[in-house]
Design a protein around this ligand. Structure first.
Ligand SMILES: C[S@@+](CC[C@H](N)C(=O)[O-])C[C@H]1O[C@@H](n2cnc3c(N)ncnc32)[C@H](O)[C@@H]1O
Length: 1004
């Protein structure tokens, strides 16, 4: 340990994250990481895991908890950014192309060039730069960095070569910090140590030293909802001891993989690689011996395409259910249904390289959703007569007395691996994509072919093999025998196919392959096995291949968060499946002496002292981990490898925290109470949750209060990617709620609270706006905090004040907070929170409007004015609109919007409003703002000014009797004239005219 560092010197210091967090930059970094998709550090361990939190966010939380907030906020911020590799010099280190010395000298002004560079021939460089290289004497001179130049010195110059663009654009072009993990922070240690009084030369040393200064030992970071391990892995990579637990054993397995494989040392990785090769070799050997994937003429099956087939009740024909007859875009392959009139069925011919028109005509298959209600139909035609039958009719759907829907599908038996001949839904293989090495070179030839009798013989061989081995393999735990428990997501396979056991989701080929892999793999190979299972099952969609030249491919089973059954699917041949065992993984060896625990238990069963909790609980979660991951649990539960044998191989659905109702709150309170009990007095927590419904504040405040915790800060980071943004109208970000233990039993009254909250919120807003000012210059004119961040911090300040108290108006808040809710009723706590949030909103007056006037505006007016202010600053992300709509209680903010695109949102202009939103149904009905916008619209359209004024006096209530109303119009016109100056100059000019018209109006 360093001689400098003394235990407990920071014991009671507030944490940096309680005072500031550069959320805008963090959002840009999170976005960059999420966009890396499969390139993300831990994703390759299990791409089926949904809802990974960005590592960079975890890093910010760990650092933010350990670093102290000092009296020099600006320097705190700079140091934090250095540690996050967000400062300019780190960006220079992350820049993929390093600037050449000659270019630097041509651009950057340096007083003593010799301090940085040497030349060949020597001593030819000018004393100072910029250098004019067109000088013929300098033409042949080569320039090099000085050998003895510090890395900080070099990066300082390189940073000056970065393009002068917003941070988001810079990050877009830079590498991620973790891609240059070992070198990126080389320049920061002198500055960091000076500011913090530490003596560290690496982030791990710094974490250890800060841990000692706060807690007396290396910090112990915990995540008791660890999921895929994104939070605990990052904490371990930063050098903290880590406790990771989750109720779900698949989560534990992924976290184990993060620590032991991605975080494993070189030797571990070498062994993994050798074991993977050996496993692949042995599985191939077994499959090859069965001769079920080769045609004996040098071709090997790459993908088998299967579809459901059903008898048309009207025509009596067996019809393959194919949503499209297209098979491959790249090779222009289509299927043709060739009627076999005698047997009342179709043969399926395959044609490759068809011409454009024929390919396009194949778009429509035998399953369509273009009928009424968009229910899927089976459609086919015999001798010119078209037959349409709803799929639900085929299934025999009926309504039970209790209102639930049943159907006539046979429920599959544990011994079934394929439909029995009487089943409504049959299954057939209809096409095979074959491959064969080219005569020359390393690549392969591919072809799509129809099914031959020999192919069917091979199919039978697999079926017989699996039927013969099923019971033994199930008994040994090599393939699943577990029932599918009904549930939100698990109902679908049961309802739509009659599948009752998890192995029914895999066809005989897939069971054969999965069973071989399972029986031959030890712990560290099980992660790859899960990837194999995810890549080939009856749920793996065949995609036609997007873009030219793509032949098509088999998607993952967990393409989304559901267990969607398919009419047709792709089954990978073993060469294209087993090889997925060889995960393409990054390597970040963890320090050998770290204490890392992974436990599989419910969060309430925690029993270890821990300093920092960073958790991402299942808040109103769309992902039903406890259901969908049974897909993998079913394969592992009976015969788990030694490494995972201590975990409970059951999803224990009843213990999972889920939903948003009473049970959810009770579960959360129990979990967080336990964490609070396991934390020292100076412990700290960060809870991450998705900001999605207006009730989160009330929910979270209730939970926090009931656990004896108090809020000390909250931040909002946009963590979702463009594609996620596009999917839903609700833009999602992550709220970070920072918590401490609440000490004592402080009492207050509601009246006193009002003042306190107001002061606290105002102080918070002042601090952050002040920091924005202080940091100007640091940030190419960008704000550290945008208005939405300040709003969020305002809410947090309100919650901080509230949750400080244990007793309000004589009521015990821990009891109030867990009082069961009656639907539609507003509880005492809801009332307090709404009041706190309102107070916070009141403090967010846009510049250019007097507070006294602001108080007169309605919510929708404030929304419009606030958002115009943000638009004027170039901010156009939809989440701002959503957040402020909630804040200002606008029922339907979209009525006020001209565009609701994720990154190009904007409110309507006066012209776009036209004569809309005036009537009683509108939230702007009879508002002064609406009257003013109407006047602007008329002025832009050159309506005579006396007429404009006449309309205005009618549209603004009490126009003549209230001086205040006219002042409001003048203020509005003035405000809009300034905000619209660049956005809509014609409306800005009209606003100026309006202002002068009203000012100059002679009344009476
Ligand atoms: C939102 S996820 C965490 C995701 C994780 N942060 C990541 O980046 O992958 C929530 C986790 O809580 C777990 N969980 C649900 N109820 C639990 C309980 N009662 N105790 C412990 N873990 C639970 C789920 O299994 C799931 O892994």
């Amino acid at each position: 340990m360093s001689a400098f560092v003394k235990a407990f010197t920071l014991k009671d210091a507030p944490s940096l994250i309680e005072h500031l967090l550069p959320v805008q930059k963090l959002s840009a970094e999170s976005y960059k990481e999420q966009m890396a998709v499969q390139g993300k550090t831990l994703t390759a361990l299990g791409s089926y895991w949904k809802g990974r939190k960005p590592l960079i966010l975890s890093k910010a939380c760990v650092l933010g908890c350990l670093l102290p907030a000092t009296s020099d906020a600006k320097r705190d911020l700079e140091i934090f950014e250095m540690l996050m590799s967000m400062d300019d010099q780190s960006i220079a280190a992350r820049w993929p192309r390093k600037p050449k010395p000659r270019d630097i000298l041509a651009t950057v002004g340096i007083a003593r060039v010799a301090d940085f560079f040497v030349s060949d021939p020597p001593l030819l460089l000018p004393e100072s730069s910029p250098v004019d290289w067109s000088n013929p004497e300098l033409e042949k001179v080569k320039v090099f960095w000085r050998d003895d130049l510090s890395i900080a010195g070099r990066r300082q110059l390189e940073a000056q070569m970065l393009p002068k663009v917003p941070y988001r654009t810079l990050v877009d072009q830079a590498d991620r910090a973790e891609e240059v993990f070992d070198t990126v922070d080389k320049h920061i240690w002198v500055a960091v140590n000076r500011h913090l009084g530490t003596e560290a030369q690496s982030i791990q040393e710094l974490m250890e030293q800060l841990g000692i200064m706060r807690f007396g030992h290396r910090p112990r970071v915990a995540d008791t909802f660890c999921g895929s391990g994104q939070i605990p892995f990052e904490a371990a990579r930063l050098g903290c001891d880590v406790y990771a637990s989750d109720l779900n054993p698949v989560a534990c397995m992924l976290t184990w993989g993060a620590f032991n494989i991605v975080g494993g040392d070189e030797q571990t990785r070498r062994k993994l690689s050798a074991d993977q090769d050996e496993l692949v070799r042995r599985v191939h050997e077994q499959i090859d011996a069965l001769e079920v994937e080769t045609d004996g003429k040098g071709w090997r099956a790459k993908v088998f395409l299967y579809c459901v087939e059903a008898r048309c009740p009207q025509s009596g024909w067996m019809v393959p259910l194919l949503p499209t007859l297209m098979i491959s875009k790249g090779n222009r392959v289509v299927a043709e249904l060739v009627p076999d009139v005698k047997r009342k069925r179709y043969d399926i011919a395959i044609h490759s390289g068809v011409e454009d028109k024929r390919f396009k005509n194949a778009a429509q298959g035998t399953v369509r959703t273009d009928g009424p209600g968009q229910d899927p139909y089976m459609v086919h035609a015999v001798a010119g007569t078209e037959y349409r039958t709803k799929i639900s009719t085929l299934r025999g759907d009926y309504r039970n007395d209790d209102g639930t829907i049943g159907n006539r599908l046979r429920q599959w038996d544990k011994r079934d691996i394929k439909p029995t001949p009487d089943d409504i839904f049959q299954e057939r293989v209809y096409c095979i994509q074959w491959m064969r090495p080219k005569a020359k070179g390393k690549s392969d030839d591919y072809k799509f072919c129809a099914i031959t009798p020999e192919d069917l013989t091979r199919e039978r061989k697999v079926d017989e093999f699996m039927a013969g081995h099923l019971a033994t393999w199930q008994a040994k735990g090599w393939i699943p025998d577990m029932r599918i428990e009904p549930g939100d997501k698990t109902d679908e396979p049961i309802r739509t196919r009659g599948w009752t056991h998890w192995h029914h989701l895999f066809n005989p080929r897939q069971l054969l392959l999965g069973g071989l892999v399972n029986q031959m793999s030890q712990g560290h190979l099980k992660l790859g096995m899960a990837q194999v299972l995810n890549s080939s099952s009856r749920l793996t969609r065949w995609s036609l291949g997007d873009g030219d030249g793509r032949t098509g491919g088999v998607k993952q089973a967990f393409d989304n968060q559901a267990l969607n059954t398919l009419f047709n699917y792709g089954c990978r041949g073993s060469r294209f499946s087993v090889d997925l065992i060889k995960l393409r993984l990054k390597s970040f060896p963890l320090r050998p002496n770290l204490k890392v625990s992974i436990k599989c238990h419910s969060a309430v069963d925690l029993a270890e002292p821990l300093d920092i909790f960073i958790t991402d609980p299942p808040y109103g979660d769309a992902v039903k981990y406890e259901e969908i991951l049974e897909y993998f649990i079913a394969w592992l539960r009976k015969n788990p490898p030694a490494e995972f044998a201590d975990w409970v191989w059951d999803s224990r659905r009843s213990l999972a925290i889920k939903g948003e109702d009473e049970d959810f709150r009770r579960g959360m309170v129990a979990a967080y109470k336990r964490m609070a009990e396991c934390m020292p007095d100076n412990g700290i927590q960060v809870i991450m949750f998705t900001h999605q419904s207006g009730s989160i504040w009330a929910d979270m405040a209730n939970i926090v209060w009931a656990c004896g915790l108090q809020v000390t800060a909250a931040w909002y980071v946009v963590t979702e990617t463009e594609s996620a943004l596009r999917q839903g109208s609700n833009v999602k970000g992550t709220v970070l709620l920072v918590l401490r233990r609440r000490n004592g039993n402080r009492k207050t009254t509601r009246d006193e609270l009002a003042w306190e909250i107001q002061e606290e919120v105002e102080a918070q807003v002042r601090t952050l706006t002040g920091l924005n000012q202080d940091a100007k210059g640091l940030y190419r004119d960008e704000n550290v905090f945008e208005d939405a961040d300040i709003q969020m911090a305002g809410y947090a300040a309100a919650l901080r004040t509230l949750t400080r108290y244990a007793i309000i108006d004589g009521r015990d808040m821990t009891v109030e907070a867990i009082r069961p809710r009656v639907k539609g009723e507003t509880t005492f706590v809801d009332g307090l929170i709404a009041f706190a949030v309102d107070t916070a909103n009141q403090c967010l007056v846009p510049q250019g409007i007097a507070k006294a006037h602001w108080d007169h505006f309605t919510g929708p007016e404030r929304f419009y004015l606030k958002l115009i202010d943000l638009e004027a600053k170039g901010l156009k992300t939809l989440d701002n609109y959503q957040n402020f709509a909630k804040a200002f209680k606008v029922r339907d903010f979209r009525a006020l919007m001209a565009s609701s695109k994720a990154n190009k949102a904007r409110v309507k202009s006066a012209i776009e409003f036209g004569k809309s939103e005036i009537s009683e149904g509108s939230e702007l009905h009879e508002s002064t703002l609406r009257a003013a916008l109407y006047a602007l619209m008329e002025l832009v359209k050159n309506v005579d000014s006396s007429e404009v004024l006449a309309h205005l006096t009618l549209n603004v209530r009490d126009y003549y009797s209230s001086q205040n109303q006219r002042e409001l119009v003048i203020e509005l016109a003035n405000y809009l004239s300034r905000k619209l100056e660049t956005l809509r100059p014609d409306e800005a000019a009209a606003a100026r005219v309006l202002r002068e018209l009203v000012k100059g109006q002679r009344l009476g």
